[in-house]
Design a protein around this ligand. Sequence first.
Ligand code: ADP
Length: 485
Amino acid sequence: VALPIKDKDLFRQQCYINGQWVDADSGKTIDVTNPATSEVLGTIPNMGAAETRRAIEAANAAWGAWRKKTAKERSVVLRKWFNLMMENQDDLATIMTAEQGKPLAEAKGEVSYAASFIEWFAEEGKRIYGDVIPAHQGDKRIVVTKEPIGVVAAITPWNFPAAMITRKAGPALAAGCPIVLKPATQTPYSALALAVLAERAGLPAGLFSVVTGSASAIGGEMTGNPIVRKLTFTGSTEIGKLLMQQSAATVKKVSMELGGNAPFIVFDDADLDAAVEGAIMSKFRNTGQTCVCANRIYVQDSVYEAFAEKLKAAVGKMKVGDGLKGETQQGPLIDMKAVAKVEEHIADATGKGAKVAAGGKRHALGGSFFEPTILTGVTSDMAVAREETFGPVAPLFRFKTEEEVIKLANDTEFGLAAYFYSRDLGRVWRVAEQVEYGIVGINTGIISTEVAPFGGVKESGIGREGSKYGIEDFLEVKYMCMGGI
Ligand code: ADP
């Protein structure tokens, strides 16, 4: 399938290792399909441990010269990469929509969000300050410096095919570290297009390599190889735990952005129209396939019906369709496995007494398209209360008091994002302080930005991405004690 892009060179079906475009050693490939049409877009190399090892060794070889550069010199290259991403925003968005399914407008938004991490960290790399500490003895001086941790391995998911990469590559490269990336097998072309632009920006060979293929073989080499000093992962909690175990053997530093089960609370003093707008954005963005999507919507008793009605009206206006064809607000789900999970959650809820207030079934468009769905009368014993649905299902729970809903919100092993709507200042502080989450959206459904720290507590992860906190994960502290003064 020929994609409608201006610069055909951005669409690559080979991997980028040590500055070379290469096939798998075995010559084997994997098909990549468009979830909106089920058409095969092309193939990617089916690589494994050997190719990954070469990428890691090349990264290590490139590291010395890169870390010796000044922050400003590194920043100049990163800035070029950012500019190229923005100049090619339309093509990058088209590639993304074709492999991922999100509406083109959302894909364009993601490209600029993705680019923002490169721009931001290009600047932040200049502010990696150390410390001088008053010494404990008169003839000593204590200096603390921060150094790049070394070779970084990154594994990223399909829901944000560009931004999950640049959030890791931006701070790693700015801090002076090379990075080897395994993108999701469903969405490799966005990653490979980023590599084309990195090459054009003048990033030296070996500093950003992209390896596609067997997740377990590539992941095994990334976690087992002692050259890799840091693993940064975004994906499911299940795979995150496995990678942490694998990384333990060589005591790698890890960053984990894992699953969520976001509560979205609407109090009786909320601006209901704003809450509906926030719920739509938080719940249905990317067809419900983000780790910060509202998963459990708690509505206070006295406004429950009014909120449900308004949400239903808003959902009724959403247009479902192929993201590349005209105005759509909701694309397909990533695959049929995702559809099956959404159906299971709906069946489980309705089997236990919930009602379908909107949608509830596969969309007439077929394939993995699904109707935006609202469930009412949802209770804590249903699967949607415990597991991330990762689809367009808004389950509405009813609650009575602030204390009760805080308890419900925290009753999960996850702790990524929480949202609530209230106009009572006292309540805003009380609730914000008591929810056990890394990110709290107050009177807003959209919290992602490169300037703020994104990350979770409990089983939602370790570390933060974006902001001044996000670069720390790629640095080691060195303490120098000078005596005999
Ligand atoms: P999702 O449900 O988003 O697909 P996964 O955690 O399965 O979540 O996938 C996230 C990333 O982890 C993808 O790049 C995937 O290929 C990769 N992955 C899956 N299994 C493994 C594994 N055993 N080792 C390393 N990476 C893996």
